[in-house]
Design a protein around this ligand. Structure first.
Ligand code: FAD
Length: 857
């Protein structure tokens, strides 16, 4: 498997051992009046950011904290320091893989930043045991050493557990227990030793000065600091600091219980502070660690306890511990009973310490990082765990230095939020849900539970009438499939029915909808995809600069293109129609839209292009009409010429359907002939009904996203965020056909090249090391879902980036990046699905209609 190389120290990096005697400036107020960068918050995130910026050569950094250094009273000051490596998120895993050894190499005041003694996750139920197998797969996929253990083997590692109470465990030797304040102080002192940063405790930030576009200064109770940039690392106080700058930081501080009991003779016998791995007892939503002769227990097994940021106590009113709220014993009783079954030694032992600690939960449970889309030079590094702060600090430093972090950061990007995700009510509900989800088993296709029904497309009622099963994306209600099509599922489709885990949030109706699209036609609701318009005299110049494909096409042409970052990594993909000489409409993903818009705005501003960028998503309903009968259906409702010669593939133009003016694009994400039709929202249902009426006798159905995904995978269309992200480049993804290397050659300045071209040219000079490959599973009935490790002779060589069943080709399909020598059709590999080895073969792609004859028909 290609390593992303993130585990290596940052350039110029080294680990630091800093003793108390080192002469460094731990400044108490008086503060300086000018800085290159002000970091607000000296918890582990602020310290990590300062450390990594210092490594990259930054100077003139001022770090401010309202509390005393470095036990500031923030979340870092009382986190028990559980450091785990395995996560569903590759990004977070990479951050941990980098950060944990970093902490272990740090020292301050004679104490180490982390003890990497391992992490053990135990299962008390069969369902959880299966989940541990799945987590073991994630670990292997992302390069983390981990082992499934029997109860007896677990007991060898953690002698104080009752092995009769568990089914098994998952052990990762590289995990462990951090000393967060020690790691913070060591990183801060290293930054100070380089004379890169000055740290000021007891300094309260009271305001941020900015003009319409950029930050100017930070106001504190010790004076004003004029600054070129601000980085907010204020943890649970982030929303309050954000408000000072006029922005919303969508996180919710939540109370989380931590309790120590003891003394316990079985622990005292070890004679050490830490003598065994940290243990996660997921079934009880708890984790446990040793503190000498005490046993510490963290508890998520209680009702969510949100805390409005405005009500967090001040440092001065809280005995220096504003992020500790009083313990609520009623929330601990039952979980304690549960966990004491596994650790009987804790029964009857007195509580020696207990509190409800506060830390941040975001709408999607992921960090909030990067440059704020609305205010220049205002940066965020918020909602980051101790475990991830090392890697996140490095990413922020890389981002601030070179414009792009070296790992794809889309999951954590502050620009990812739709407007509704910034509202108080949404953040509050999602905070609760994220808290509850921390240890739950979440199925990859499981839709968000709360809140729902935030955005409805014009066709929502039509889907309700078809008994659609809805999922959520970007706040939208989207049909996964329509139960009204259940009768089409008989006789059984060509692929065996799924069972167990693979059958959850899935239906054979998806297969029926897929096949009906290939045989007749289907309507898909495309309204949820983001629609962005570029208008103005420099529209073409911007399009040429941000997109890889040739955008200087005649009006009415449609272009499929990639958008790269400056490292040549794949940021996004989109379909773009040229509406007029100075106007383009971009269709990008529902999830990717806000981030795409923010990037486009930033690039336009950086080059001073005279353009307007508008998100017009809500202005149009969009229908995908696809299938061999699509033309016949469209021809029946319009007088426009929709013949193949009259309306060729990859063209677009206005169309009148009944009384509605629409804009039709002859493109397809499913590999069938047809159109995406964009209609002003108020006219959209009428167009749907017109198509429905003429299409029904021809076999037209309304189909959902499940069918769309299976149609696209057998056609070899890559899925953004799964098969394509910035960790890979278009050469590796097999997307060179949308790169126009010579675009703008001969011209100068803004007409020349495109973002990522120079980096990509350098990459092109070297032989490819990995390539996106299509695999098919050898045995009918086998299924994989995504993120599972791909193995060659027992060695992990990649992981599944996306997977689904190709119902027309009667095969289950998986994509994944493989070493080039293995990405050759016919190569025999296996995929680890839970603990089963599923045989698979690399196949020539695309599997369906390889010559693309159907879409052009
Ligand atoms: P903080 O440490 O809170 O730092 C923010 C700083 O900003 C504070 O020092 C504060 O004083 C300062 N500040 C705020 N407002 C101002 C202002 N106006 N002016 C100046 N300074 C200001 N994570 C793990 O990885 N593993 C665990 O096992 C784990 N367990 C946890 C258990 C508990 C009980 C808690 C509470 C948290 C736990 N966490 C754990 C989460 C982790 O502690 C936090 O995510 C992390 O410490 C956040 O670091 P930070 O630097 O962003 O925030």
């Amino acid at each position: 498997m290609r390593s992303l190389g993130y585990s290596q120290p940052i350039a110029g990096g080294q680990t630091f051992r800093v003793s108390k005697s080192l002469k460094v400036c731990l400044l108490e107020p008086l503060i300086q009046s000018k800085a290159r960068l002000v970091i607000i918050g000296a918890g582990i995130v602020g310290c990590s950011a300062a450390y990594h910026l210092a490594q990259l050569g930054w100077r003139g950094i001022v770090v401010l904290d309202a509390g005393p250094l470095f036990h500031t009273g923030g979340s870092t000051s009382h986190a028990p320091g559980g450091l785990s490596l395995i996560s569903a998120s590759r990004l977070l895993t990479e951050y941990a893989k980098y950060g944990l050894p970093l902490y272990a190499g740090l020292e301050a005041n004679g104490r180490k930043g982390a003890t990497l003694i391992g992490g053990l996750e135990v299962a008390r139920s069969e369902a959880r045991w299966n989940e541990l197998k799945r987590r073991s797969g994630w670990g292997k996929s992302y390069g983390v050493e981990c082992h499934l253990l029997t109860p007896a083997e677990c007991k060898q590692l953690v002698p104080v557990l009752d092995k009769r109470q568990i089914v098994g465990g998952l052990f990762s030797p590289g995990a462990g227990i951090g000393a967060p304040v020690v790691a913070s102080e060591a990183m801060a002192r290293a930054a100070m030793a380089k004379e890169a940063a000055a740290f000021h405790g007891h300094t309260v930030v009271t305001g941020i000065e900015r003009d319409a576009r950029r930050v100017k200064a930070v106001l504190t109770d010790q004076g004003r600091i004029e600054t070129e940039a601000v980085l907010i690392c204020a943890g649970i106080w982030g929303p309050l600091i954000g408000r000072m700058a006029g922005i919303v930081i969508p996180l919710m501080p939540m109370e989380h219980q931590y309790v120590k009991v003891g003394p316990i003779p079985e622990l005292a016998a070890f004679g050490k502070e830490i003598a065994m791995p940290i243990v996660r007892v997921h079934d009880h939503l708890m984790y446990c660690r040793m503190h000498g002769d005490q046993w510490g227990m963290g508890n998520y097994n209680h009702v969510p306890l949100p805390v409005e940021p405005d009500t967090i106590r001040q440092h001065r009113d809280s005995n220096g511990e504003p992020s500790k709220n009083p313990f609520t014993p009623e929330h601990f009783q039952e979980p304690f009973e549960g966990v004491s079954t596994v650790f009987p030694m804790v029964r009857g032992k007195p509580i020696t310490d207990s509190f409800n600690g506060l830390f941040s939960f975001t709408p999607d449970g992921l960090p909030i990082m990067g440059p704020h889309p609305d205010v220049d030079d205002l940066w965020l590094a918020e909602a980051i765990w101790i475990t991830h702060a090392g890697g996140a600090g490095r990413a922020i430093a890389e981002w601030m230095t070179g414009g792009v972090p070296s790992l794809d950061v889309r999951e954590a990007d502050v620009s990812r939020f739709h407007p509704h995700a910034l509202t108080k009510s949404y953040v509050r509900v999602r905070g609760d849900e994220s808290y509850k989800n921390t240890h739950l088993i979440i199925h990859p296709s499981e839709p968000m539970r709360r809140p729902r029904g935030i955005r409805r497309t014009p066709f929502y009622d039509r889907y309700v009438a078809q008994q659609a099963v809805f999922i959520e994306m970007g706040g939208w209600e989207r049909a996964a499939w329509c139960e009204s099509n259940a009768s089409l599922a008989e006789p059984a489709p060509r692929v065996p029915a799924r069972s167990g885990w693979a059958a959850q949030y899935w239906s054979p109706v998806q297969a029926a909808e897929h096949l009906r699209t290939r045989e007749a036609a289907a309507l898909f609701d495309m309204s949820t995809f983001t629609k962005i318009e570029i208008e103005g005299p420099d529209s073409l110049a911007l399009a040429q600069w941000v997109f890889t494909n040739q955008m200087d096409v005649r009006v009415g042409r449609v272009v499929y293109t990639l958008m790269l970052d400056f490292n040549g990594g794949m940021r996004s993909d989109m379909t773009v129609a040229r509406l007029a000489a100075d106007r383009f409409r971009i269709l990008s993903g529902a999830g990717a839209g806000p981030r795409d818009l923010a990037w486009l705005r930033r690039q336009a501003q950086a080059r001073g292009f005279n353009v307007r960028l508008n998100d017009v998503t809500s202005a149009y309903g969009a229908i995908g009409l696809w299938g061999p009968k699509a033309r016949e259906i469209l021809a029946a409702v319009t007088e426009d010429d929709v013949s193949n010669s009259g309306f060729p593939y990859y063209t677009a133009r206005e169309i009148i359907i009944g009384a509605a003016h629409g804009y039709a694009m002859r493109v397809s994400y499913v590999g069938e002939p047809g159109w995406e039709i964009y209609i002003p929202t108020d006219y959209a249902v009428g167009v749907w009904d017109a198509l429905w009426e003429v299409g029904r006798p021809l076999g037209l159905i309304a189909a959902g996203m499940g069918a769309m995904d299976s149609l696209r995978i057998e056609k070899g269309y890559r899925r953004l965020g799964f098969d394509m992200d910035a960790n890979y480049n278009p050469l590796e993804a097999g997307m060179e056909h949308v790169i126009r290397w010579k675009k703008g050659e001969g011209s100068t300045g803004s007409q020349r090249g495109f973002i990522g071209r120079e980096a990509l040219l350098k990459l092109k000079e070297k032989p490819l090391t990995c390539q996106l490959a299509c695999l098919t599973l050898d045995n009918p009935g086998d299924v994989v879902m995504g993120r599972e490790p791909i193995l060659e002779a027992g060695r992990v060589v990649g992981f599944v980036s996306s997977a689904n069943t190709g119902y027309s080709v009667s095969q289950h399909v998986a994509y994944g990046y493989l070493p080039v020598e293995l990405a050759v059709p016919g190569t025999k590999l296996s995929i680890e699905y839970f603990d089963q080895k599923v045989p698979a073969t690399v196949a020539a792609e695309p599997l369906f209609d390889p010559r693309g004859e159907r879409v052009r028909a």
